[in-house]
Design a protein. Structure first.
Length: 369
């Protein structure tokens, strides 16, 4: 559970982060976390965004969750596929390639979400990216159907009618997104299985050399906003976690994005640059779904710290960590943090915020290439 009171089930990428930290003090529990995630898989290799262990959804959540029926064990959408990479961190009884259910999971993703020959994955909803209500999706699904907006359940209902199938969604002319963070996770996990790196494909499709940033590729957007005009969101920095990201691209990301006032002056790491018009850390009129529209997240900071250390920028990684340690030491392990003043927000006792341990006592990531 990401947080016992607020999130009572098992979330896919949360479990991957939990296991990475848990290996430090409970190796058997770390392995069990990932195996339990696999125990919720379908026979064809699909692993859902949320595994509904213990009890089904109530009627209110059933409208907002991506289920085909109230009898489903899991939601029918994905999250960033970090499982094989987390397996490599945990050392769960051998390489990920030796666990046939992980190979089946990757086969499902390639069959159902790799819509083009380059092998990158495509998403059908904002929450599949793990960044839910990020403003970067406003131009894709519009200000009505985007996550956290009043009519988001209509998007879920439409995708439910199409079987939550990306090919069917695309064929019907509805938006699909080749998203940056999802494909960073996918490349890391493919390499953990001993497969060829997808980093070159990710650069070819999603990197804009003119702006020096990574941007999503979109089909069928409601508002085809040019890349340079889209909100400045943290995921452009996520490729820093790739072990084979070319140094010239990585160094430019650090110099022009991470060190810019929009990120350098905030609690690590704001979901949206502090100086971007889309930034907000306040409650919004449509409810609580402002969490990827400004506040800071520990998992984001950890991804960036991996890249800093790979580049030999240990002092900068240490400074990033020290700023976050001060906030978490005062506020506890919260779901996210107000990105200017640092007060805790969202759920309490939030699991993946313990990734701060990985930042404070860094070890080299598993060798993938």
């Amino acid at each position: 559970m990401p947080s016992p009171r607020s999130y009572p089930w098992q979330w896919y990428w949360d479990s991957c982060f939990h296991a990475i930290v848990r290996r430090r003090f409970d190796p058997a529990g770390a392995v069990a976390e990932l195996r339990t995630l696999l125990n919720g898989a379908d026979a064809d290799g699909f692993v859902g965004h949320t595994i509904l262990w213990g009890h089904p959804l109530d009627a209110q959540r059933a409208i907002r969750y991506n289920i085909a029926s109230r009898e489903d064990l899991s939601t029918r959408t994905i999250q960033p596929p970090l499982l094989a990479w987390a397996w490599a961190w945990v050392g769960a009884g051998g390489p990920a390639a030796e666990e046939p259910r992980i190979a089946a999971h990757h086969a499902w993703l390639r069959e159902h979400r790799a819509l083009e020959d380059d092998g990158l994955l495509w998403l059908i909803q904002p929450d599949e990216s793990g960044m839910d209500a990020s403003p970067k999706f406003d131009h894709v699904w519009g200000r009505v159907l985007s996550q956290g907006r009043p009519l988001f359940p209509m998007l879920i209902a439409r995708n439910r009618r199409l079987g939550f199938d990306a090919r069917s969604v695309a064929a019907a002319g509805h938006p699909v997104v080749c998203e940056v963070l999802t494909n960073v996770a996918w490349s890391l996990s493919e390499q953990a299985l001993g497969r060829p790196s997808l980093t070159p494909a990710l650069i070819e499709r999603l990197y804009d050399r003119r702006t020096g940033r990574f941007h999503d590729d979109v089909r069928g957007a409601v508002d085809p906003t040019p890349r340079a005009a889209r909100p400045d969101t943290w995921d452009t920095l996520a490729p820093l976690a790739l072990p084979d990201l070319p140094d010239d691209i990585a160094e430019r990301l650090v110099a022009e994005v991470l060190r810019s006032p929009g990120y350098a002056s905030g609690v690590p790491l704001p979901a949206v640059a502090l100086d971007d018009p889309a930034y907000t850390a306040r409650e919004t009129w449509w409810g609580r779904h402002r969490h990827w529209r400004g506040p800071s997240w520990v998992n984001s900071a950890w991804f960036v710290s991996l890249g800093l250390r790979r580049l030999g920028l240990d002092a900068e990684a240490d400074a990033l960590t020290a700023r976050l340690l001060t906030v978490v030491g005062r506020e506890g392990f919260r779901e996210y943090y107000e990105s200017r003043l640092g007060y805790g927000m969202g759920a309490h006792a939030f699991g993946w915020s313990t990734l701060l341990w990985e930042m404070a006592d860094p070890v080299a990531p598993p060798t993938l290439i």
